[in-house]
Design a protein around this ligand. Structure first.
Ligand code: FES
Length: 170
């Protein structure tokens, strides 16, 4: 009897230790994901992500987290084809801002700077520097998230007039 009671205690203790280790692992994974996705100074509160775009260089791509999804921010170079239906202007600079989830089956595309394309490894889909689908099975362009611009501050999660205009045409 005593052996069984001790054994139960041991099993219960081991289970608790495993639970703590799993929780610590999950927290570490989330922290790592946040660091990878969110290299720009940003603040996330109640479904709103704020990002200061000051200092981004032409051709630079950053990824931030918005409502548990990656959002790509690309400051376009002069060599990248303008797209009036999708480009977001900040002063004279053009930006592409899009949810980084493939519109085919939801994988996360990667940026290939030499080709100026986002490529999806799952089924070979490709999106250009404006986020438009240009090759493979994706049926439509990358989604533009609701946004507002104030100076160099980008707020994801607020629907500005500019967002509404792009959302209608993109
Ligand atoms: S999920 Fe991206 S091409 Fe299929």
């Amino acid at each position: 009897m005593e052996f069984n009671a001790n054994r139960r205690g041991f099993i219960k203790g081991a289970g608790t230790a495993l639970g703590v280790a799993a929780a610590a692992g999950a927290a570490a994974a989330l922290y790592g994901m946040k660091r990878t996705w969110d290299p720009l100074p940003s603040a996330v509160t109640a479904g709103i992500t704020e990002v200061n775009l000051d200092g981004m260089q032409p051709g630079e791509v950053r990824t931030v987290e918005f409502r548990r999804k990656p959002v790509f921010i690309l400051k376009k170079t002069d060599a990248m084809t303008p797209n009036a239906k999708r480009d977001i202007m900040i002063g004279s600079d053009r930006y592409m801002i899009a949810v980084g989830i493939c519109t085919h089956l939801g994988c996360i595309p990667q940026w290939y700077s030499a080709e100026a394309k986002f490529k999806c490894a799952c089924h070979g889909g490709e999106f250009d520097a404006s986020g438009a689908n240009v090759f493979g099975p994706p049926p439509r362009a990358l989604e533009i998230p609701p946004f507002k611009i104030n100076g160099t501050m980008l707020t994801l999660g607020e629907e500005s007039d500019e967002y509404k205009k792009l959302a209608k045409t993109a």
